[in-house]
Design a protein around this ligand. Structure first.
Ligand SMILES: [Fe+2]
Ligand SMILES: [Fe+2]
Length: 364
């Protein structure tokens, strides 16, 4: 199979991967032949493209980073959690006073996140990544814009956890990092109102979402201080120009043992921040989507002012910039005959995220 962008989809093409909708329900099964109606529905749901089966690409099998059913059940759990928050979160005005007071006067908010269930799911995902010896992200993070919030949380968590594994974090820290990343934007849902369901960067309350989200997680169980700090600081920038606290960082490696100093960004937050921004840039929510390579380039350009250079450097070795199933055009090659050829990535090189096997499709 190969990846096909939405605008290139044609009737009679055959779907290579099943498409799931809200609550993990199956929308289109693998093997389904597309027609004009299905193609326009995919566009309405906000899919940038899909995998299609095609003669000549039978051997191309884009790997999934975790089992599809585990992904689906995690997304359902998060969907339920956000839905509960939407129902019971008080209006944003009530959050504008003291946040702790809001939580005390609305004790039901402390139970909005089923933290025990979330923690168990996160542990399963971390274990699956460790069992597979996963150290790289070999696939595109395809998401439907209609399900952006949940899928952004999920995909950012996978990227952050892979970073944590590469930094050789211990189990406990991997669980903390994964949970914090999965819930890093719950504050947006808590601040949303019926009139303003989306808290984007232009919303006056946007800069409060890290603080609110962190507090919600902190109060949803015992001993979630680490996760709370990582959530509350995921929009801080290395040079102090971030929010909500304007914390700074010396840009040291976030490896275990780095001492915490007052007024500086917590090391797990630096990882959440990079994973979050990588997913934002590649998903095309606020701007046209960037390729994995373009997103990494942009993150590199934004170090050391915004992001921790050690984390971005690690990201560059974690992300497979030539994902299996994607089309590429050769700009430079030691073999001049290959220049300007196009092809589909058929296999990645586990030893180098920048090398891959290619099936040539267009030879000038
Ligand atoms: Fe955020
Ligand atoms: Fe985010």
């Amino acid at each position: 199979m190969r990846y096909c962008a939405l605008q290139e989809l044609q009737p009679a093409m055959v779907l290579g991967r099943a498409i799931y909708g809200f609550r993990g329900d199956l929308l289109l099964a693998r093997g389904k032949e597309l027609d004009h109606y299905f193609i326009s529905r995919l566009g309405e749901l906000g899919f940038p493209g899909v995998y299609v089966e095609e003669a000549g690409f039978e051997e191309v099998d884009p790997p999934e980073i975790i089992d599809g059913s585990l992904r689906a059940s995690t997304e359902v759990l998060l969907d339920e959690c956000l839905e509960t928050l939407t129902k019971i979160a008080p209006s944003s005005q009530q959050f504008s006073g003291s946040l702790s007071e809001s939580l005390n006067s609305h004790p039901e908010l402390k139970k909005a996140i089923p933290i025990g269930k979330v923690r168990n799911t996160v542990k399963q995902i971390v274990q699956e990544l460790l069992d597979q010896f996963a150290t790289q992200l070999p696939c595109l993070l395809l998401k439907a814009q209609s399900r952006y919030q949940v899928q952004h949380a999920m995909d950012s968590m996978l990227v952050a956890t892979l970073l944590g594994i590469n930094f050789r974090f211990i189990y406990r820290e991997l669980h903390q990092l994964a949970l914090a990343t999965l819930l890093h934007d719950v504050g947006k849902t808590a601040l949303a109102t019926e009139n303003e369901p989306n808290i984007g960067p232009d919303h006056p309350k946007y800069k409060e979402h890290p603080t609110v989200g962190g507090l919600l997680v902190l109060h949803s169980g015992d001993d979630f201080y680490t996760e709370c700090a990582a959530i509350q600081q995921h929009h801080e920038k290395q040079d102090g120009s971030g929010f909500p606290y304007g914390l700074k960082s010396e840009g040291k490696s976030p490896v275990k043992g780095r001492a915490y100093s007052t007024g500086s960004i917590y090391r797990l937050a630096e990882i959440v921040s990079v994973a979050d921004m990588y997913d934002v840039l590649t998903s095309g929510t606020y701007q046209p989507p960037l390729s994995p390579e373009q997103a990494i380039e942009q993150l590199i350009n934004r170090t050391p002012s915004e992001f921790n250079p050690h984390v971005v450097k690690m990201l560059a070795s974690v992300i497979q910039i030539l994902p299996v199933g994607c089309q590429v055009r050769i700009k430079k090659s030691s073999d001049s005959h290959l220049r300007y050829s196009r092809g589909v990535i058929s296999k990645v090189n586990p030893n180098s995220p920048h090398k891959a096997d290619l099936i040539l499709t267009h030879d000038p």
